[in-house]
Design a binder for this molecule. Structure first.
Ligand code: ATP
Length: 438
């Protein structure tokens, strides 16, 4: 993981938060390339839900909600708590299910009995800090969807089955954050809530499980590094009747990146009970009134980010180009899917001490900028610049050379094959759109 962490910082993907003050544990900022890549992941998910599936609408709910929501959802009670033990000597805390030994793994001190630790982050609304002004930063985005169930149903005139998709921040006071951005206290989720008739819940659970695995594979995640784990009854989230975890094989082991849950009628029936609003659905054709069951797909933007980075990262000892003497160098290649890659195109003059080449390359850059996320780079040898672009996953490099001045064309170099092809500048935007499938 340290190689990915260092590449992330060096090349502007991810920085430690508040670094000049020593950093805040488990908090990260997404840099210029990180924000492009994160947006690409979110867009790929949003397109998948809103374009590739039927009957799915969106929502962007507030992070702050009435505390009653969290009473009804079970998050303020034991349901949303981790068991933890504390070392009596160094006072470090550990999750009970992650610690096998009886003594502290850090200092060998004695451990306390395990006890529950609630993960909700508390805050106050308004100037007075007391019980009445207490509220929470949401721990999952989906509650905003459940409490808007009727608003969405009525305003959009939907019929069951239908889905509501949402992307947004969630917060959990994790006891053991770590592994870079894998587990943080502030993170982003991409969640779909699929409302269906109880009799169809099992069918849709199986359907969404397959669809979500397909999404990762389609974006280039290697099949051998992806698996599904059926979560047994004792280990499931407090709301789940049935649960699978989609896991990825990270350098630190197989870990969950997304969960698919059959939440039954847990949420709508509890919100009905606590709010006094009848959230049952009335089927006009069958005259049946019932609580729809919910199938949820819940993935993390940050964990997907780490999955795509880990999956794409390659080191090539001696470099890929056999024609140069890079034999001692370690070349890094970030083989990201073109939809996920932060920079799509780089424009490079062959050399920078020839004003006519620089002028033409800058004209090409200006032509492309409104159409593609692109970079202009003239510093260093052309080979070094190709390697710099490969390291951040830039899909195509365009080189303006002496031939370009005569032919009004340039070369397009493909990141993965390094194959180069000449293209006329007048055809460039069209050709790039085809190559990038935009
Ligand atoms: P874990 O067992 O790893 O704590 P979880 O089962 O509690 O995860 P869910 O409540 O199912 O997670 O949340 C759905 C998704 O949200 C997870 O699969 C993950 O991608 C993301 N997620 C949850 N907690 C965190 C976190 N602390 N940091 C980053 N992403 C998270």
């Amino acid at each position: 993981m340290s190689k990915i962490t260092s590449l992330s910082k060096r090349r502007g993907f991810i920085f430690p938060s508040s670094e000049i003050y020593g950093g805040l544990e488990s908090s990260y900022d997404f840099g210029p390339l990180g924000v492009e890549m994160k947006n690409n992941i979110k867009l790929a998910w949003w397109d998948e839900m809103s374009k590739n599936h039927q009957n799915i609408v969106g929502l962007d709910a507030a992070i702050l909600m009435k505390p009653e929501v969290w009473q009804a959802s079970g998050h303020l009670t034991a349901g949303f708590a981790d068991e933890l033990v504390e070392c009596k000597s160094c006072h470090k805390r550990f999750k009970s299910d992650e610690i096998k030994q009886k003594l502290c793994p850090e200092c060998g001190g004695k451990l306390t009995e395990s006890r529950k630790f609630n993960l909700m982050m508390r805050t106050f609304v308004g100037p007075i800090e007391n019980e009445n002004s207490t509220t929470y930063l949401r721990a999952e985005t989906c509650q905003g969807i459940y409490v808007n169930f009727e608003n969405i149903l009525n305003s959009m005139r939907l019929k069951i089955p239908f889905g509501v998709a949402q992307i947004g921040k969630s917060f959990r006071n994790e006891i053991t954050p770590g592994n870079f951005i894998y587990r943080t206290r502030e993170f982003e989720q991409m969640e779909l809530q699929w409302f269906c008739h109880p009799k169809t819940a099992k069918k849709y659970f199986d359907y969404w499980k397959k669809e979500r695995v397909k999404w990762y594979l389609n974006l280039g995640i290697k099949k051998e590094n992806l698996r599904i784990r059926e979560v047994p009854a004792g280990e499931r989230a407090h709301y789940a009747k049935q649960q699978i975890d989609i896991e990825y094989k990270f350098p630190f082991g197989w870990k969950e990146i997304e969960g698919v849950h059959n939440r039954g009628d847990f949420d709508l029936s509890n919100h009905s009970k606590y709010s006094g609003e009848d959230l049952r659905y009335y089927d006009e054709e069958t005259k049946e009134k019932y609580f729809p069951h919910i199938i949820e797909t819940s993935g993390g933007v940050d964990r997907s980010f780490l999955t795509f980075l880990s999956n794409a990262y390659q080191e090539i000892r001696g470099g890929r180009t056999k024609t140069t003497k890079a034999t001692k160098e370690m070349e890094i290649l970030l083989k990201l899917d073109k939809r996920i890659a932060p920079i799509k195109v780089a424009v490079l003059p062959l050399v920078r001490n020839r004003p006519e080449l620089v002028k033409k390359a800058k004209e090409v850059f200006k032509l492309l900028k409104p159409n593609f996320v692109c970079q202009y780079d003239e510093l260093g040898s052309i080979g070094r610049r190709y390697r710099r672009q490969d390291e951040i996953g830039t899909y195509l490099c365009l080189t303006v050379d002496f031939e370009s001045l005569k032919q009004d064309d340039l070369t397009i170099r493909h990141r993965d094959t390094m194959a180069q092809k000449r293209v006329k500048i007048k055809d460039l935007v069209k050709v790039l759109k085809e190559k990038l499938e935009i």
